[in-house]
Write a protein that binds this ligand. Structure first.
Ligand code: DOR
Ligand code: ZN
Length: 355
């Protein structure tokens, strides 16, 4: 019998849980249940689901909907708008985990191209800024980090070139962190013929050489967080003529890191940092007492869509053999997941206060 590992306060700082105007895709109740099944204590939700979290009113609607539905703890990002919504910042900062700024196209058409608008967002926001910045946009964002010294989390880094920019910036001592998704590590363009539209997301899948560079950066300790970028869309939408970008990942991230452990790509100490303490340090959060996940990393199983809790009911990792079964999740001294069932009602989850 193998010994379960105790992970203290697993956080996914990058999810898109839908609900509200996109409740047909998924809800805070369904996806926070998926988060518990994936071992998580807390998830931080992105602002691009309609109504976009760009205004105090939209933020209030999201906070209330989360409070009513969530079974795990949660945080929400405010979104930097293209028109410039920095006048809102002083009134919203305390209720959020950070600002999200899109600098490349993605679901929702929210991206900002005007350098002066980007700069004004940087000037005005005093907490963590999470950025979607791909390839040659990265150096332009690094200029802003250099100038304003805001802690900047670079989301879903997906290529060797991007990683090289950021390793250089870390060597320079800039206040940045790096997130990488399991799909950019384990999947490449070569998988697209088999995956079809289930392999479409932003940033897009890259080459096997890019995957190798990402793994190298993870194993060398440059990467701070493995984030799922959980972005459920219905299978009907994904199979349509114009499939939306995005893949689910809340229930596959931990066992894929278990697979990486099993394959000898990373150590258990690294798995712990990438899934718990990395995010805790970036967002200055402390898990509540008695908040942990028990995982058996020796137990392996096959990912099957019928066993997933996410409302979208599919995964790009279907049929993969993974390692790491979530045995129990505890939050604030209460057992909330027993390996099969969610044991708390909607609304149990609380907002995480970020430092
Ligand atoms: O593929 C993606 N889907 N990338 C994003 O950045 C957004 C997400 C979504 O919301 O569907
Ligand atoms: Zn995202």
């Amino acid at each position: 019998m193998s010994q379960p590992v105790k992970l203290m306060g697993m956080v996914d700082p990058h999810v898109h849980l839908r609900d509200m105007e996109w409740a047909h895709k998924a809800t805070f109740a369904s996806e926070t249940a998926a988060a518990l099944a994936g071992g998580y204590w807390a998830v931080f939700d992105m602002p691009n689901t309609p109504p976009n979290t760009f205004t105090r009113a939209a933020l209030d609607q999201k906070l209330a909907t989360f409070q009513a539905g969530a079974v795990c703890d949660w945080g929400v990002y405010f979104g930097a708008s293209r028109q410039g919504n920095w006048a809102e910042y002083p009134q919203v900062m305390a209720d959020t985990c950070g600002l999200k700024m899109y600098n490349n196209p993605t679901t929702g058409n929210l991206f900002i191209t005007d350098p002066s608008i980007r700069e004004q967002h940087y000037q005005a926001w005093h907490g963590v800024i999470a950025v979607h910045a791909e390839e040659d946009v990265i150096p332009t964002v690094l200029e802003l980090v250099r100038k304003y010294r805001r802690w900047t989390h670079f989301c879903h880094i997906s290529s060797a070139a991007e990683m090289a920019y950021l390793i250089e910036a870390k060597r320079e001592g800039l206040p940045i962190s790096i997130g990488v998704t399991p799909h950019h590590l384990y999947l490449s363009q070569d998988d697209l013929p088999q995956l079809g539209s289930r392999g479409l997301m932003k940033p897009e899948l890259k080459t096997p050489a890019d995957c190798r560079a990402l793994w190298q950066a993870v194993s060398d300790g440059w990467v701070d967080v493995i984030e799922s970028d959980h972005a459920p869309h219905t299978l009907t939408e994904k199979m349509s003529d114009r499939p939306p970008y995005g893949v689910p990942g809340l229930e596959t991230t931990l066992p894929l890191m278990g697979l990486a452990l099993h394959e000898g790509r990373i150590s258990l100490v690294q798995v712990v940092a990438l899934l718990t303490t990395g995010s805790q340090r970036i967002f200055k959060i402390t898990p509540p007492p008695d908040t942990y996940t028990l995982v058996d990393f020796d137990d392996s199983y096959i990912i099957e869509s019928q066993n997933l809790r996410t409302a979208c009911g599919w995964s790009p990792f279907e049929d993969w053999r993974v390692y790491g079964r979530v045995l129990e999740v505890w939050i604030r001294g209460q057992k909330v997941f027993d390996g099969e069932r969610v044991l708390v009602s909607n609304g149990f989850g609380q907002r995480v206060i970020c430092g």
